[in-house]
Structures are given as structure tokens and as C-alpha cells.
Design a binder for this molecule. Sequence first.
Ligand SMILES: Nc1ncnc2c1ncn2[C@@H]1O[C@H](COP(=O)(O)OP(=O)(O)OP(=O)(O)O)[C@@H](O)[C@H]1O
Ligand SMILES: [Mg+2]
Length: 236
Amino acid sequence: MSSRPFAPEADIAQYLVQQAPYYVPVHQEVELFETAYANQLPVMLKGPTGCGKSRFVQYMAHRLKRPLITVACHEDVTASDLVGRYLLHPLTDARRILPIEKKAELLEAGKEFMLVISYNPGYQSVVKELKQSTKQRFIAVDFDYPPPDVEARIIQHESGVSAETAAALVKIGEKVRHLKQHGLEEGVSTRLLVYAGALIQRGIPPHSACEAAIARPLTDDLEIQRSIRELVSAVL
Ligand SMILES: Nc1ncnc2c1ncn2[C@@H]1O[C@H](COP(=O)(O)OP(=O)(O)OP(=O)(O)O)[C@@H](O)[C@H]1O
Ligand SMILES: [Mg+2]
């Protein structure tokens, strides 16, 4: 097998994150990620959809001045869709190499290379199907919806709504998340609360905005939609 460095700087410069992404740290995730990076350890981010995992990676890529190359995976993505037939394990442990059998090539990861995977333990079963021998090659960081004061700041920043409206959306979010025990597959994401804020900010009446950005996207169940509508009315 021939061997060459993973990617020449010229090719990857286009993937640099130019502007600092807005990200509010929630726990020790920044320190943990930086330490993992410094020690060449791969990282796995776990948490519900729309709670800040991708934004965090963009923020870290900018902070570490590293290009960010993202591959969206789903149930039907196979290893060969990515790089032909490949073996992941040697890339995720101390060997840090990617054998590409079709090309009889052995790519070596540079010392700045970092592999980060992100998944939703609820229903996106990508990692559920990974073997223990794969999972146990990563440092794991748990993500969840930010605490209320932080989530309000985020909604305000991202959508431009007032502090008061942001606080109301956070309250709606908390109540809707409690519906998870009553048949809702997943709580409302920070992303959807930001969307609701964006609609309100652009003049959509708050009730309609919450209908469009919260109740309808979350569920097809008319009963649960009605419960959400009641929660929204109780807060607004
Ligand atoms: N800590 C945070 N700081 C700044 N923005 C945040 C934060 N958490 C969430 N957000 C907001 O929530 C939105 C959705 O977050 P993001 O796209 O990172 O979700 P995700 O966890 O990657 O979701 P998925 O699992 O569906 O990929 C972001 O675009 C951003 O507006
Ligand atoms: Mg994401």
C-alpha cells in the first residue's frame, strides 16, 4: 500500500470556519474538547436534535483554527458511500490511519486531525448500531437543552426577539418537554424555539408562530397538538 498525508493544506483551507460562530458554553464542553484535541482523542457528542451539537463543533473548529468537514449520515449511509470500502477502527485509535482498499492506499491522519461524531440517542440509531469496539474509542460529551437563562439568551440572539418574548418561549419549551412522558417522541428543540422567535420577530402573531414552529413540526397526533396549543395559550 502507498502512503501519503491525509489532506494537503491547500485543499482543506476552503473548509476553515471564517467567522466566529455564536456559541454559549453550557458545561465544561469547551475544555473537554480542547483537551481531547490536544491529545488526539476522537470525540462523540450525544444529545437530542437541535440542542447545539453542530454549532458547538463549528465554534470549536473556529477556535482551534481547523477546517471543518462535515458528513451527514443516516441509516442508509454505508461505509462505502464515504470512501469506498474502508475500515474505521484504525482511524479512531492510536494508529490514526485510514486504509482505502480500492485504491490500495493508506492515508495517515495529521496530528491536527480530529474525528468527531454527533448523534441523537433517542431515535437516530447510527451509534446504537455501532459495536462496543467502535463506541469505546471515543470520549463522550453529553448535550441537552441549555438551562432556561442560557436558552433565553440564545433565542434572543438568534431571532432578535425581546428578552420577554424569549423568556416566554423558554417557558413554552419547558412545558412542551414535559409532554414527552405523554406520548411525544422528543421534546421541542432549541432550534424550533429559535424558529418560533424568528416568525414572531417578522410579524407573525405569537400563537400562529408557535403553531407553525412548535406544535405542527413536533407531532402529527392531533390530540398532542391540542395539548401543545393549550400550553402555549397558558404562557402567552
Ligand atoms: N449553546 C448554544 N449556543 C448558541 N446557540 C445554540 C446553543 N444551543 C443551541 N443553539 C441554537 O440551536 C440551533 C440548533 O443547534 P444545532 O444545529 O447545533 O443542533 P444539533 O444538536 O446539531 O442538532 P441535530 O442533532 O439535529 O444535528 C443552533 O442553530 C443555534 O441557533
Ligand atoms: Mg447537528
